[in-house]
Design a protein around this ligand. Structure first.
Ligand code: ZN
Ligand code: ZN
Length: 205
């Protein structure tokens, strides 16, 4: 297949993932506490819930140079859960998650939560790119590790990720990036305060 559409919940932000090849991307469901915290922040900010029944985030990981925004790029904003955290992009219009990456313009990947991926009328993402290949960080799931998930990350995934990231680094696919102007993110990151952050994590932490 060629392109996969991106569309925020309200439709003001649209884009595409270009040159989609099922064997060159990774679709992973992550149960980690940071992904959960970000999803809770999205909800608390007026966005829709997108976690699965066990608290997982379904993410399509591609190279930054594959992501193009065709509408509403100016509405794509940036937050970090903590100063040294991942860049977590979102749309300010309807608080749809719009890409997670290392906090650096050389991030060799961007993970797009499927909440912003639009399979199209009558089509499913499973049919287009296949189901998730791994369910990771299950130890953080609120009701215990789901039976289909790995408590942390399986070795097979680490090996595949290493290949994916290495290929991205070698071929320089961190650029051009819609998220950056040169080496700097397009907008300043909003960083949560310790108390804002604490409210998003389970109290046992
Ligand atoms: Zn929107
Ligand atoms: Zn995660």
């Amino acid at each position: 297949m060629d392109d996969l559409s991106l569309r925020c919940r309200c439709g003001r932000v649209r884009g595409v993932i270009t040159d989609v090849r099922a064997d060159q991307l990774q679709r992973i469901v992550c149960y980690c506490d940071d992904c959960q915290a970000f999803a809770r922040w999205i909800e608390a900010s007026g966005g829709a819930r997108y976690l699965d029944a066990h608290g997982g985030t379904d993410v399509v990981q591609v190279y930054p140079s594959q992501v193009k925004f065709t509408d509403g790029l100016e509405r794509v904003k940036l937050m970090k859960l903590r100063e040294k955290g991942l860049y977590r992009w979102f749309t300010e219009c309807c608080k749809t998650p719009a890409g997670n990456m290392l906090g650096n313009h050389r991030s060799p990947f961007v993970g797009l939560p499927t909440a912003i991926v639009d399979a199209g009328e009558g089509r499913t993402l499973d049919a287009l790119i296949g189901p998730p290949s791994a369910f990771i960080q299950g130890k953080f799931a609120p009701n215990g590790c789901p039976p289909h998930a790995h408590p942390s990350a399986p070795l097979s995934l680490l090996a595949r990720s290493a290949r994916f990231l290495l290929r991205g680094l070698v071929t320089g696919r961190y650029r051009p990036s819609a998220y950056f102007d040169g080496d700097s993110p397009r907008v300043l990151a909003q960083v949560l305060s310790p108390s804002e952050r604490a409210a998003l994590y389970p109290p046992t932490r």
